[in-house]
Design a protein around this ligand. Structure first.
Ligand code: PNS
Length: 160
């Protein structure tokens, strides 16, 4: 059984994340989407909300489950018997930090990181930008699933 983790904050999940998760699901027997719960970081959505959005978005893949973690990703991987971490690479600018994290995680526990190149149509996509554009009334309907767009619109109207 080859089990991989797709870690991230997913605040909120975007079409770029979903593309990487779906491709990971075709490469591995099981994929666990690992939602980072760092209480020190301010998020737009709670961990429960992020998990709900991911659960709906990942419904097409029966071998994908959603879980959360607070602490080291390598501990999560050890506890869930995960052999590989899958990360999307958008551009060269992602590479330095992702390589550093991959090497740190490998040195901590030996877990491998597999980089999947982001599709060109999603290469500019980031949750932070989606939130910023949506906050100022820009159209992000092609960048996130419809159910995420609904929650985003509601949350931003509550917080403005
Ligand atoms: O979506 P993000 O914010 O890029 O996700 C980052 C995340 C959660 C994958 C990363 O910060 C992480 O792995 N955090 C867990 C803490 C940890 O293991 N830190 C050491 C990384 S080498």
């Amino acid at each position: 059984m080859r089990r991989a983790a797709c870690p991230g904050s997913f605040d909120p999940v975007t079409n770029g994340h979903i593309d990487i998760i779906g491709r990971a699901a075709s490469l591995f027997d099981e994929v666990v989407v690992a939602v980072g719960v760092n209480a020190a970081k301010k998020r737009l959505f709670t961990a429960e909300e992020r998990i709900e959005m991911l659960t709906e978005a990942c419904a097409p893949w029966p071998n994908v489950t959603i879980d959360s973690f607070d602490g080291l990703l390598t501990d999560f991987c050890r506890d869930r018997d995960v052999h590989a971490i899958v990360k999307g690479l958008r551009a060269v600018s992602d590479f330095d930090y992702e390589l550093q994290m991959a090497q740190m995680n490998s040195s901590l526990s030996g877990v491998e990181t597999v980089f999947v190149p982001t599709r060109p149509e999603y290469s500019f996509l980031a949750s932070s930008l989606v939130k910023e554009v949506a906050r100022f009334g820009g159209d992000v309907s092609r960048l996130v699933p419809a159910h995420v767009l609904g929650r985003l619109t509601t949350r931003l109207s509550e917080t403005s």
